[in-house]
Design a binder for this molecule. Structure first.
Ligand code: COA
Length: 273
């Protein structure tokens, strides 16, 4: 096994052998977060607390790249509907989603969603909080909250239109219909679709390759892109001027430029610093 360290979080949100979410840190620099909460991988408050805590752990000791995955048939079936009640419960749940998914998406590394099956409601929102979605041909996305008489509360009203455009996001969210893998690819909800049996190989191929890259620069590029999305072009360009200056403080920028001048493109061996 290539795992250097593993961490499991159980239902009470503490370390447990019956985990609902698991973190594996591999020796090749890839961290894999796996949801494992019962039959349908519901994103209960315990899972969200666990995800938040794992994201904090990763922020404190950054890996090279992160994969978020769920089950073979169900990536995640969304919020745990049995925890719903009135506005008070609703407020608690939406805050937990925003906090956990916000902490995950703020990690200055590529976060890849590996979606083998259903990614519905909060499952789709979790996948969208990741930087890149690799889906199996069996994956199904959707925001079916409307069929329960409610709306997405895990970031879906904001992230879905940023990914697929406002009109498509409204059609998907107001109908609650399911989006199969081929359509998800076409509208940009999935970035790649691969054969079900090749899914892990492909997500690891991408993650291990990124983990060997110039990690400080990766984090700054991600930050500039994400911050720029909520700004005017001029404000975003100001962010770019700042991070482009900052990136030259990294060891890898010196290594990368020197290697290019001496050996040509793509030969640099980065340190991640
Ligand atoms: N929260 C809590 N329980 C859930 C759940 C959720 N999000 N999704 C499914 N379940 C439960 C079902 O009630 C069922 O419970 P039971 O075994 O006690 O009857 C069990 O999980 C299995 O669900 P079922 O629908 O029978 O499984 P399936 O394999 O036929 O379908 C899904 C799987 C994910 C496609 C389907 O369960 C589904 O559409 N779930 C709801 C998705 C949703 O609306 N998410 C948004 C939540 S706001």
């Amino acid at each position: 096994m290539r795992s250097a360290q593993a961490r499991q979080i159980g239902n009470a949100g503490v370390m447990s052998s019956e985990s609902v979410i698991n973190l594996e840190r591999r020796d090749d620099g890839v961290a894999i977060i796996t949801l494992s909460n019962g039959k349908v991988n519901a994103l209960s408050t315990a899972v969200l607390d666990g995800l938040h805590s794992i994201a904090n752990d990763l922020a404190a000791d950054l890996p090279g790249a992160i994969i978020v995955t769920g089950g073979e048939r169900i990536f995640a079936a969304g919020a745990d509907i049995s925890e719903f009640g009135g506005p008070e419960e609703g407020a608690a749940i939406t805050h937990k989603f925003h906090d956990a998914l916000g902490a995950l998406s703020a990690l200055p590394r590529m976060v890849i969603a590996e979606v083998a099956g259903y990614a519905l409601g909060g499952g789709c929102e979790l996948a969208m909080a990741c930087d890149y979605r690799i889906a199996s041909t069996k994956a199904v996305f959707g925001q079916p909250e409307i069929l329960l008489g409610i709306i997405p509360g895990g970031g879906g009203t904001q992230r879905l239109p940023r990914i697929v455009g406002a009109s498509r996001a409204k059609e998907i969210s107001l109908s609650g219909r399911q989006v199969a893998a081929d359509e998800a690819l076409r509208i940009g909800l999935a970035d790649e679709v691969v054969e079900h049996d090749s899914l892990r190989d492909r997500s690891l191929e991408l993650a291990t390759s990124l983990a060997k890259g110039a990690l400080v620069a990766q984090g700054l590029a991600k930050e500039a892109i994400d911050r720029g999305l909520s700004m005017s072009l001029d404000e975003g360009l100001a962010v770019e001027r700042y991070v482009f200056t900052e990136v030259f403080r990294s060891e890898d920028s010196q290594i990368g430029v020197k290697s290019f001048l001496e050996h040509g493109p793509g030969k640099a061996e980065f340190t991640g610093r």
